[in-house]
Design a protein around this ligand. Structure first.
Ligand code: M6R
Length: 615
C-alpha cells in the first residue's frame, strides 16, 4: 500500500511531489517523507503523520531547492509508523535514497547477510535492507546504478514499486515494479513517477504503466530505458493517453471526497452505461464481452472473487445472474479462495471485481484461476491497473477516480456493469422473455434519475444521523437483493465512524441476533417493494415487539412500514433486482453524516488504505 512520487526535470521538484503525495494519501497515511536533490546536496525530511505534517516540518527543517526528488506516503507493513521507519531510506554511504511500496518477504535473510558484511540499520524496514542490498551489489560488482538495481531485485522475493537515485548521478532516477503499481508520466524534458497518474495529470497526458518485473532508467532530457528485471532485455514501452482530468481528482466544493463521490453517482452510473446500453434499440454492447459470450453461456458456473465492497457487489450479482441468466454463481472472498485449493475447471468463468484493480488478494485469485484454466473477466475502475492487465478480458466501470477510502460510486457502477452482463446473457440464452428484457433495460436507464431523487433525502438523513450518532451498535437487515446492501451499509458505518455494525439477512435474525434487540439497538431495515415485502414487515414487527428501534429504507409512498418504523428514509420505486442501486444511497449518507458528527477522518479512516496491495 503506500504511495510513491518522483520527479526529474527543470522545475522545482518540491511542489510537484508534495501535491502528488496529497493526491496519493488515499493509499496510506501513517507517515510521509521526501528527498530533494539539487545536484550538490540531498535534503531529506520525513515524519510520522500525514502529508500535512510533513509539509510543516519541511518548512522548518529543509531547503526545498532541487529539480530531482522522490516522496512517499506510508501504510506501515514492516516497522511501526514513526519518523525513522518512514521513507525515503538512505543507504549506509548516504549516496542512495529509495522509496518503496510493497513488501520484501526475504528481507530478514538479506539483512543478516548485510549485517555480516558490516552494514548497519537504523530502521525496522525492509526498504532500508533493499537500498543497502543495491548499494552492496553496486560496490562489489562495480556496476552502474541501473544494473545494481536489476541484480539486487533478482535476489528479492516479494512485491515492490520502487524509485531511487544516486548522489553521484544528479540526472537519473531508477524505478522498478513487481506487484505494486508504477506509472511514469512523460513531459517535455521532464519525467514524473507515481503509484497512479493523479500526481502528474496537470503536466502530461502521456504515461507508461510499467509491467511486473520491469524497471526503467529515467534520465533527464533523454529517452526512458525500460528493461526486464530477470534478463535485462530491453522493452519498447507502450505510451498510453490518459483519460483523467484535474477536476475529477479535486473535491469540487464538497467537504469530503466521500460526499462528492456519493453525489456523483447519478452521473457516473450514466458514464458506466453510456454507449453500452441502448435501451430504445434493445441493445447492450460491452466491448470486452462481445468476443467471449460463449465462454459465459457455456460456463458450468460463474465464480466471483473480490474483497470488501466489491465482494458485496458480487453478492448482488449472484442474485441477478441466477435470476435472469440462470447461470449458477458462487461468490468468494478472494483472500479465502486463493488459499483453499478451490475446484476450478476450464468450464468455469471467474469474474474478478475490484475498484482499484490492485487488491493483492483479488489479483492472486485471478492468477490462480488462470493457472487452473478458467476464463477470467475483470470488472475494475482504475484504467491500466494490474487486474485488467492480468485478466483475459473485462469491462471498466468508468466511475472516475474514487479517492474516499469508503467505496461508494465504485459499488453502484460495479452493479451497473454486472447488471448489463446478466441482461445480455439472459437475452442470448432466452432465459427471460424479451418484453422483460426490454423493461429491465428501460428501468436501468432510469436509475441515474432515481439515484438523484434518493439523494434529495440527504438533509432528512442528516437529522436521523444526529439522533443516532452516540449509539455503539447497529444492526442492518435486508432480504434477497437487499441482503448484500445490508452488509454494505454496515461496512460503511464501521469503517468511517468506528461504530460496530452487523449486516444480516432479515430472516436469519431469529436464529441469533434477535437476542441483541432492546430499546438501545437501532436496526436499519431495507423494506422496499419486493417479493419479500410482507416477510420483511413481519421481521420489523418482531423487532418492534422487542422494543428495537427501526430505521427503515422504504419505497416512496409506502404506508405500512411507515406506520411501524420509528424513522424512515424514502427511495423511489424501482424493480427489485435494480433496487440495490437506490437503497444503498441512504445508507451511504447515514454513515457519512454520523462519521462527520463524530469528527472522524471520513476520507482517511484510521488503519485503512484505499487499495490493499498487501495480503
Ligand atoms: O479496490 P477494491 O475494490 O479491490 O477494494 C476492495 C476493498 O478493499 C474495498 O472495497 C474496501 O472494503 C473499502 N474500503 C470499502 O469501503
Amino acid at each position: 500500500m503506500c504511495g510513491i512520487v518522483g520527479y526529474i526535470g527543470n522545475r522545482d521538484a518540491y511542489p510537484i511531489i508534495l501535491n502528488g503525495l496529497k493526491r496519493l494519501e488515499y493509499r496510506g497515511y501513517d507517515s510521509a517523507g521526501i528527498a530533494l536533490y539539487d545536484g550538490t546536496n540531498i535534503q531529506l525530511c520525513k515524519t510520522k503523520g500525514k502529508v500535512s505534517d510533513l509539509e510543516k516540518r519541511v518548512k522548518k527543517e529543509i531547503d526545498t531547492k532541487g529539480s530531482l526528488g522522490i516522496g512517499h506516503t506510508r501504510w506501515a507493513t514492516h516497522g511501526v509508523p514513526n519518523d525513522v521507519n518512514s521513507h525515503p531510506q538512505y543507504s549506509n554511504s548516504g549516496n542512495l535514497v529509495l522509496i518503496h511500496n510493497g513488501i520484501i518477504e526475504n528481507y530478514a535473510t538479506i539483512k543478516e547477510e548485510l549485517l555480516k558484511r558490516g552494514y548497519t540499520f537504523s530502521s525496522e524496514t525492509d526498504t532500508e535492507v533493499l537500498v543497502n542490498l543495491i548499494e552492496d551489489v553496486k560496490k562489489n560488482e562495480n556496476v552502474k546504478l541501473g544494473k545494481a538495481v536489476q541484480i539486487a531485485l533478482n535476489q528479492v522475493v516479494g512485491a515492490y514499486a520502487i524509485a531511487l537515485f544516486d548522489k553521484n548521478k544528479p540526472d537519473e532516477i531508477v524505478v522498478a515494479k513487481l506487484g505494486s503499481p508504477l506509472a511514469i508520466g512523460i513531459g517535455d524534458d521532464e519525467f514524473f513517477v507515481a503509484s497512479d497518474a493523479s500526481p502528474f495529470i496537470e503536466f502530461t497526458n502521456n504515461a507508461i504503466y510499467l509491467e511486473d518485473e520491469e524497471m526503467a532508467i529515467i534520465r533527464k532530457g533523454r529517452e526512458i530505458n525500460v528493461r526486464k528485471i530477470k534478463d535485462d532485455r530491453s522493452v519498447d514501452p507502450y505510451v498510453q493517453e490518459l483519460e483523467m482530468n484535474l477536476e475529477q481528482i479535486e473535491k469540487g466544493g464538497y467537504e469530503h471526497f466521500m460526499l462528492k463521490e456519493i453525489f456523483e453517482q447519478p452521473s457516473v452510473i450514466k458514464d458506466t452505461y453510456r454507449g453500452r446500453l441502448l435501451a430504445n434499440k434493445g441493445i447492450i454492447k460491452l466491448g470486452g464481452l462481445e468476443n467471449y459470450i460463449k465462454k459465459f453461456t457455456n460456463a458450468d458456473r460463474i465464480i466471483i472473487v473480490a474483497c470488501g465492497t466489491s465482494w458485496h457487489a458480487g453478492l448482488v450479482a449472484e442474485y441477478i445472474f441466477e435470476d435472469w441468466a440462470r447461470i449458477p454463481v458462487e461468490v468468494e472472498y478472494a483472500s479465502e479462495f486463493r488459499y483453499r485449493n478451490p475446484i476450478i475447471t476450464e468450464k468455469d468463468v471467474v469474474i474478478a471485481i475490484s475498484q482499484s484493480g490492485e487488491t493483492a488478494d483479488t489479483l492472486a485469485a485471478v492468477k490462480l484461476a488462470k493457472e487452473k484454466g478458467a476464463f477470467v473477466y475483470g470488472i475494475c475502475n482504475v484504467v491500466g491497473s494490474t487486474i485488467p492487465r492480468e485478466t483475459h478480458s473485462g469491462t471498466y466501470t468508468h466511475a472516475g477516480p474514487e479517492i474516499g477510502v469508503a467505496s461508494t460510486k465504485a459499488f453502484t457502477t460495479q452493479i451497473t456493469v454486472l447488471t448489463m452482463i446478466a441482461l445480455k446473457l439472459a437475452k442470448i440464452k432466452g432465459t427471460i422473455p424479451y418484453s422483460d428484457y426490454m423493461q429491465h433495460l428501460r428501468e436501468l436507464e432510469l436509475i441515474p434519475s432515481k439515484v438523484e431523487e434518493a439523494l434529495k433525502a440527504n438533509h432528512k438523513i442528516e437529522e436521523i444521523a444526529e439522533i443516532f450518532k452516540g449509539v455503539n451498535n447497529f444492526l442492518y437487515l435486508g432480504r434477497g437483493y437487499n441482503f448484500p446492501v445490508a452488509l454494505e451499509g454496515a461496512l460503511k458505518l464501521k469503517e468511517i465512524s468506528y461504530i460496530h455494525a452487523e449486516g444480516y439477512p432479515a430472516a436469519e435474525m431469529k436464529h441469533g441476533p434477535i437476542a441483541l434487540i432492546d430499546e438501545h439497538m437501532p436496526v436499519v431495515v431495507i423494506a422496499v417493494n419486493s417479493n419479500h415485502y410482507d416477510k420483511v414487515v413481519s421481521n420489523i414487527q418482531e423487532i418492534k415487539s422487542r422494543k428495537g428501534v427501526i430505521i427503515a429504507v422504504v419505497t416512496k409512498g409506502d404506508t405500512v412500514v411507515k406506520e411501524i418504523a420509528d424513522y424512515i428514509m424514502e427511495v423511489p420505486n424501482t424493480e427489485e433486482a435494480l433496487s440495490p442501486l437506490v437503497t444503498t444511497i441512504p445508507l451511504q449518507l447515514l454513515s457519512y453524516h454520523i462519521a462527520v458528527m463524530l469528527n472522524r477522518n471520513v476520507d482517511q479512516p484510521r488503519n485503512l488504505a484505499k487499495s490493499v496491495t498487501v495480503e
